[in-house]
Design a protein around this ligand. Structure first.
Ligand SMILES: NC(=O)C1=CN([C@@H]2O[C@H](COP(=O)(O)OP(=O)(O)OC[C@H]3O[C@@H](n4cnc5c(N)ncnc54)[C@H](OP(=O)(O)O)[C@@H]3O)[C@@H](O)[C@H]2O)C=CC1
Ligand SMILES: O=C(O)C1=N[C@H](C(=O)O)C[C@H](O)C1
Length: 240
């Protein structure tokens, strides 16, 4: 049983609260935009671990506050990673515990492993060109999704042909890996990696049907992080 602070009490925060309480954890703090001033070091110290699923503009500050208060913090918020290295340095300075994943679903982390394998294979077959597509609900603030960026960076690490990634429609150069971001309805999260030649194509695709997969992974990470020091991700927890 753990005492959990939820930083962000929207779609993900509420899904995590439901699973946590059903498993016997206690949610000791719930922070949203309307009570953000209640996020103080004293309030955080009542928790064994904090879980941040907030907004791109709020995540870095929330994570820093947890590290300053000496509270282990798990974050899944996307769209703020230009400050990720700063958060890592802050964690190390404070001797704290920080766990980040662009996607906490076990299925997506298996999909990441498949993507890396396919990218390694395709490094030997230049006739095939990759493209990524992600589809999410219309409330999503960031594009491309954090998951699509993780997929793209894994391809870049195994494929010398590209120098970076870019969003289609933004005037891509030939050495940028294209990512298409679509927004429709209440799509929970769909990601596809397609490698096309002029005669055929190979695609791998992951579809989330509910937010529970993300919430289960985040809750598992929160329990796993308690008592540890350092910076961690899903590969540390799952060994993938
Ligand atoms: N890594 C993963 O596996 C996943 C990551 N995500 C990411 O998690 C984030 C949240 O997603 P989701 O729950 O769907 O989004 P929501 O918009 O439903 O929830 C975000 C919540 O953050 C609250 N908030 C606003 N300001 C602050 C603040 N300063 N501190 C704390 N909370 C604040 C909002 O409050 P209010 O409603 O009052 O404005 C809202 O309740 C997104 O970045 C998304 O991309 C989502 C799913 C899975
Ligand atoms: O905003 C969402 O909903 C999601 N965001 C994450 C991302 O940006 O990759 C993970 C998941 O796809 C759902």
């Amino acid at each position: 049983m753990a005492k959990i602070a939820l930083l962000g009490y929207g779609k993900m925060g509420k899904t995590i609260a439901k699973l946590a309480e059903a498993a016997g954890d206690e949610v000791v703090l719930r922070i949203g935009a309307d009570n953000a001033e209640e996020l103080t070091p004293e309030a955080l110290m009542a928790a064994d671990v904090a879980i941040d699923f907030s907004l791109p503009a709020a995540a870095f500050g929330n994570i820093s506050l947890c590290l300053d208060a000496g509270v282990a913090v798990v974050s899944g918020t996307t769209g703020w990673l230009s400050r990720f290295e700063e958060a890592v340095a802050h964690c190390r300075e404070q001797g704290g515990a920080f766990f980040y994943a662009s996607n906490f679903s076990v299925g997506v982390n298996l999909f990441f492993a498949l993507n890396r394998h396919l990218a390694r294979l395709m490094a030997e077959w230049p006739a095939y060109q990759p493209e990524l597509t992600e589809i999410h609900h219309t409330q999503k603030l960031d594009a491309p999704s954090g998951t699509a960026i993780s997929l793209a960076e894994d391809i870049l690490a195994h494929h010398a042909r590209f120098e970076g990634w870019g969003l289609t429609g933004d005037g891509l150069s030939p050495n940028q890996l294209p990512i298409t971001a679509e927004r429709e309805g209440d799509v929970k999260g769909t990601h596809e990696v397609r490698w096309a030649s002029d005669v055929d194509a190979i695609s791998i695709r992951h579809e989330a049907h509910t937010r529970e997969g993300f919430a289960r992974g985040a809750l598992q990470a929160a329990h796993w992080l308690i008592g540890k020091k350092g910076v961690f991700g899903m590969s540390d927890m799952l060994g993938l």
